[in-house]
Unconditional design. Structure first.
Length: 629
């Protein structure tokens, strides 16, 4: 199959995924109760609709403030489409709660705690929204991302020139071209990090930085970007998620690199906001004049008199002046920036129309659908990918599309066909040697080593860094059995959740309260299942013992812990049944993420008789048991 046929097949699979997700969203909207949607983090209800205003980008915005339980984590973030609705409580006419949707779609501008700013169309009935009781806001189906990905695939399929060359190269065994010059030394990097930066600098077409957990992938990438900027005036830096874009942007700013962040950051603080396009636009000397002209345009529209022959003339003159100022401000902002940073889908932003870059750096490349990666690649002549295809894969909801290969990322494809462009980072700086060793053996061919300063790190003397509590041995009256709680939440194991907190409490008692608080030892409680995560959170809230430590403990799914680390990690595996069914825990990349978050102590709770029917979990259990000998 040649490149064009393969991309046409990708397009068909993406269409399948689009239909599956759209149908799932329709069913969820029609069938799932509001309380469930709020609990899933897909809706806020009730909300208070605050002020409305025009932001610096001339978008009409409204503020929505969550007035209910703020402990529930939500899925709202910059760029996601949302719908507002009104809830009608049951009465004589309606036996059940009914929802009425406002007939427009907004876009999240940013979210901070319980406050969300949503940009809405100029025609949106904002006054109605502000004057309505029992209003809520929920995520809408994201048509825009799909449209952008389909458009990118179409353009790549039709491409000639450099883009056509990269397309054909990535789908063949043809060797990627490189420059020839001797290695540069980078004394503050380790050997494989240094090798990775040099390989990036020598690449004419493509290079890949493969970073297993804790190996300093971001440090290496920042260095590679910094060195590339000695040779190129400007680069494009992208990632799948807003959080990853923020993280790398922050590191570049710390190195003194002028970054222009397209799209609002997910963590809203002054440092992050100061390099966003919106904030820089507002602080430009010409901005006040532009604002005055835009205000004049809005007032002219609002007070248009019938028969005013000069209306169009005045309007055109004002619009021309506004466009001229906007182009001038944009040109200056883009010319001052050395790095343009955005998400993959964000690289389709109209602000980047006509922009070309020598190099695109794509972080988290192993978590992104191939179609999404082509969006920024269209603007560039050289591609640098960074990530780890042995950790979390892209999310694919359609089983048929996944089976047919939609989950195979561009990074995986190039790793398989062009091993010579890949550098594996081999020195990790996060975990105790015993915690790291199993992951290194199983996923990375035993090539990852521990840096001397972390090799023997532990919390207690003579502590065993990894433990597995077998809940199968504790099963009196089938207490530790899993329960199914619906498609979207998966499974729950209440007795195991209780035991998880008891195990943490016992470990805390061994360490001592004073030391935990003084050293701020942090804890991550991970479960693959959302229902178990929510149950653990509710238990944790009720436990008086954990009150002083509340700020130090995070409970989340595996996906929620991607890219993070903690001193202590406890994993609740949940699955416990006679058939040995473990569902999506068969995707071992998820478990690789879970077991590599801990710096000093990893405790696993799970039914060994259920889990060990899979060779990976059997081997993991044997490995943990051997540490006790």
């Amino acid at each position: 199959m040649n490149a064009i046929q393969a991309l046409q097949q990708q397009k068909q699979l993406l269409q399948l995924e689009y239909q599956t997700e759209k149908e799932a969203f329709r069913q969820q909207t029609e069938q799932m109760g509001m309380a469930r949607r709020v609990k899933r983090g897909d809706a806020w209800w009730p909300v208070h609709i605050g002020r409305s205003y025009y932001n610096s980008l001339n978008q009409l915005c409204v503020e929505a403030v969550r007035t209910a339980d703020d402990d529930i984590e939500h899925n709202f973030e910059f760029g996601r489409p949302v719908m507002f609705f009104r809830v009608q409580e049951p009465d004589e006419g309606h036996k059940t709660q009914s929802l009425t949707y406002f007939r427009f779609t907004g876009t999240v501008s940013y979210v901070d705690g319980n406050r969300m700013v949503v940009s809405v169309p100029d025609s949106a009935p904002v006054a109605d929204l502000q004057g309505t009781e029992q209003v809520g806001v929920q995520l809408s189906f994201d048509e825009t991302s799909y449209r952008t990905m389909f458009d990118a695939l179409d353009r790549v399929i039709r491409a000639k020139g450099r883009l056509g060359y990269l397309r054909d190269l990535f789908y063949s065994r043809q060797r990627a071209e490189t420059f020839t010059f001797s290695d540069q030394p980078f004394p503050y990097l380790n050997r494989t990090q240094e090798e990775a930066v040099n390989r990036v600098l020598r690449a004419k077409d493509v290079a890949i930085v493969h970073g297993p957990p804790g190996t300093g992938k971001t440090t290496t990438l920042v260095e590679a970007i910094y060195e590339t900027l000695r040779r190129e005036p400007q680069v494009l830096v992208c990632a799948q998620s807003n959080m990853a874009v923020d993280w790398i942007s922050e590191k570049l700013v710390d190195r003194g690199v002028p970054v222009l962040r397209i799209g609002n950051p997910s963590r809203v603080n002054d440092k992050m906001l100061s390099f966003t396009y919106e904030r820089r636009f507002e602080s430009h000397p010409d901005y006040e004049l532009l604002w005055a002209i835009r205000k004049a345009i809005r007032e002219l529209r609002a007070h248009r008199r019938r028969g005013d022959e000069k209306f169009h003339q005045k309007m055109e003159r004002l619009k021309d002046r506004a466009n001229e100022l906007e182009i001038r401000i944009n040109a200056q902002l883009f010319s001052e920036a050395r790095v343009i940073a955005c998400t993959l889908v964000g690289s389709a932003n109209r602000l980047l129309d006509g922009q070309k870059f020598g190099t695109v750096f794509i972080d988290e490349a192993a978590q992104a659908l191939e179609a999404a990666c082509w969006i920024p690649i269209r603007r560039c002549s050289r591609v640098i990918l960074a990530g780890d295809h042995c950790q979390l894969p892209p999310t694919v909801k359609s089983y048929e599309a996944l089976k047919a290969g939609l989950g195979t990322t561009l990074m995986e494809r190039i790793v398989a066909q062009k091993p010579e462009v890949v550098t594996l980072l081999k020195m990790q700086y996060r975990m105790n040697e015993d915690i790291m060793r199993f992951s290194s053996d199983w996923f990375y061919g035993n090539q990852v080593e521990s840096a001397p300063e972390v090799k023997y790190r532990s919390i207690l003397d003579l502590d065993i860094p990894m433990e597995w509590t077998d809940t199968g041995e504790l099963q009196e009256n089938a207490l530790f059995r899993e329960e199914f709680v619906g498609e979207n939440f998966g499974r729950i194991n209440k007795a195991e959740a209780e035991l998880t907190l008891l195990t943490l409490q016992q470990y805390f008692e061994r360490i001592g309260k004073t030391r935990i608080l003084n050293e701020r030892l942090d804890v991550g409680i991970i479960s693959p299942y959302r229902a178990q995560v929510q149950y653990l959170r509710s238990l944790l809230k009720k436990r008086e013992y954990f009150k002083p430590f509340r700020q130090l403990i995070t409970v989340n799914t595996v996906d929620g812990f991607q890219g993070q680390e903690r001193d202590i990690i406890i994993i609740s595996l949940v699955r416990s049944n006679d058939e040995g069914q473990i569902g999506f825990l068969r995707d071992l990349r998820r478990m690789n993420v879970a077991i590599t978050r801990a710096r000093m102590k990893l405790i696993i709770l799970g039914d060994v008789s259920t889990m060990s029917r899979h060779p990976f979990y059997r081997r993991l259990y044997e490995y943990v048991e051997a540490l006790r000998q």
